[in-house]
Write a protein that binds this ligand. Sequence first.
Ligand code: PMP
Length: 346
Amino acid sequence: MLPLPVLEQAKEELTDWQGLGMSVMEDSHRSKAFVSFAAAAEDKLRRVMSIPDSYRVVFQQGGASGQFAAVPMNLGTTGSAAYINTGQWSKKAVAEARKFLDVSVVADEAASGYTTTPVVGSFEVPENASYLHYTPNETIGGVEFEYVPDVDVPLAADFSSTIASRPVDVSKFGVMYAGTQKNFGPAGLAIVIVRDDLVGNARPETPTIWDYAAMAKADSMVNTPPTFTWYILGLVLDWILDQGGVEAMGRRNKAKSDALYDYIDASTFYANRVERRSRSWMNIPFTLANSDLDATFLAGAGDAGLTNLKGHRSVGGMRASIYNAMPMEGVQALIDYMREFERTAA
Ligand code: PMP
């Protein structure tokens, strides 16, 4: 979900943005109004995430999946890279990188059914790897790293489902990227935060729109960007700042996820299989003791206004995605519904 004040402002401005008598979607991406709004959004992102000056911020189309290819094309200077596999999204990142590079998977949690993250210090990265890629939060499995790997090569991370959910030290990363459609707004853009010295070494055949250097030079407007997505991103960043920044997001997200995990763990009717230290603050999958009741659970949830709770087909059961904009009241409403369902179904 998006923050209600953001949706209300967008609604208000839909026919008259910045006094222009039209929506942001109808204005040119080269207009003075849009160019300055876009630059201000980047400044706000820098403020929200405390991005050091030695990092470029690039907005690219193609979502996070586009970055599965852009990262190896831009950073794969040695011809090889290391990857950690903790779930469906890292697996896809590996498959895409293999089109470009010699990839070694240095830690693989498939055998656990993707219910955990590798223990600190349990893997080694080959010296000639251009970078180590990992997925801080696996959206489908609800598995989140509780630490940032400390390695000698640049760290590349897919932050799609956890970006801005809490404070993160950007200086530990070579590149971090995220699709906008979870914590930042509608789909349409990937945010790429990349260290200066890693920009400008893309493979020669890299398409211009995927080249970090070309995009950075053109202020991410080598071609027409999805202006509406960029606009909502700017409004969401204002909302995050108004709420108290990523520190406040972190406190809220911890409290929300603790409440749901505590309820699930205390129940014999619901279960979450993820190892405790690796549990996501953003995506909480859970199963019912009797999966024959799944459809009834989902139908009743829908009637109670609790939607999009069906788990991914590869995991089954349910999944509560409680991104930044979800208030504690939303999580409490889910817990109340779960309690009542258990009482009547058990
Ligand atoms: N990585 C992660 C962690 C995701 O959650 C998703 C989307 N759910 C993707 C990558 C793919 O993102 P996109 O649809 O923007 O390509």
